[in-house]
Design a protein around this ligand. Structure first.
Ligand code: G4P
Length: 197
C-alpha cells in the first residue's frame, strides 16, 4: 500500500534496529484519512471471505479495526487487556506474552459477542512476534468461531510473527512489511502477497 509506505518513509522514526516509531499517525496521534484508506484496503483484500465481525486488541488496533469494520459493514470487537468494570458476563480469555515488555497479560472478550457461526477477521497495527495475534486466534477458537484471516498494518518481517502464522495456514495480509531497520534505514520487503494464495 503505497500511501502507507510513503507515510512511514516520511514520518516514521527508527528508534533502534527493532523498533519503528509511528506515533504521529498510527498509534498515538492517528491520521483519520490514512485510517480510512487502510480500512478500505483491508475490506477489499478480505471481501472474498464471509466476514461477520472484526476483532482487534486495545488500543492501537481500534483505529484500523473500526475503519475495516465500517467498509465491511460488520461490527468491531476489541479485546481488553485490563479488567473492565462492565465486563462482568462470561468471558473468553487467552494469555499473551509481550516480548517487548517482557510481561504476560490476559486478553478478554465477552462471550456474548462471538459465537460458532462467526467468521472473524483479526486486525492489528503491528505484527512483531505474533503473540497478540495468536492470543486473539485462541479467543476465536474458544468461541468455536472461524478465522477469516489476519490483517496487519505494519509487519516486522525480521521478527517471527508472520512466519509463525503463515506456517499455521493463517491467511495474513500485511499492508507494509519491514525487511529491516538497520543503519537507521527503513527497508520494505516486496513479498507482501500472501503465500497461501
Ligand atoms: P507481538 O504481539 O507481535 O508478539 O508483539 P510485542 O509483544 O513485541 O508488541 C507489544 C506491543 O508493542 C504492541 O503494542 C505492538 O503494537 C507494539 N510494537 C511492536 N513492535 C513495534 C514497533 O516497532 N513500533 C511500535 N511503535 N510499536 C511496536 P501494545 O503495547 O500492546 O500497545 P497498544 O496497542 O496499546 O498501542
Amino acid at each position: 500500500m503505497e500511501l502507507l509506505k510513503n507515510k512511514i518513509r516520511d514520518d516514521g522514526i527508527v528508534l533502534s534496529e527493532n523498533v519503528l516509531k509511528v506515533d504521529s499517525f498510527l498509534n498515538h496521534q492517528m491520521d483519520p484519512e490514512l485510517m480510512k484508506e487502510i480500512g478500505k484496503e483491508f475490506a477489499g483484500r478480505f471481501r472474498d471471505e464471509p466476514v461477520t465481525k472484526v476483532l482487534t486488541i486495545e488500543s492501537s488496533g481500534i483505529g484500523p479495526g473500526i475503519m475495516t469494520a465500517l467498509y465491511l459493514g460488520v461490527p468491531l470487537i476489541f479485546a481488553r487487556k485490563k479488567k473492565s468494570l462492565t465486563l462482568t458476563e462470561d468471558l473468553l480469555t487467552a494469555p499473551v506474552y509481550s516480548f517487548t515488555k517482557q510481561e504476560q497479560y490476559e486478553i478478554a472478550v465477552s462471550a456474548k459477542f462471538l459465537d460458532s457461526d462467526d467468521h472473524i477477521l483479526v486486525i492489528d497495527d503491528f505484527l512483531a512476534n505474533g503473540q497478540a495475534a495468536i492470543g486473539l486466534i485462541n479467543v476465536i477458537k474458544e468461541a468455536e468461531a472461524k478465522l477469516a484471516g489476519v490483517g496487519i498494518v505494519i509487519e516486522k518481517g525480521f521478527q517471527e510473527g508472520g512466519s509463525i502464522l503463515r506456517e499455521r495456514g493463517v491467511r495474513v495480509e500485511s499492508l507494509a512489511i519491514l525487511e529491516s531497520l538497520e543503519n537507521n534505514q527503513i527497508v520494505f520487503s516486496e513479498k507482501e502477497v500472501n503465500i497461501n494464495e
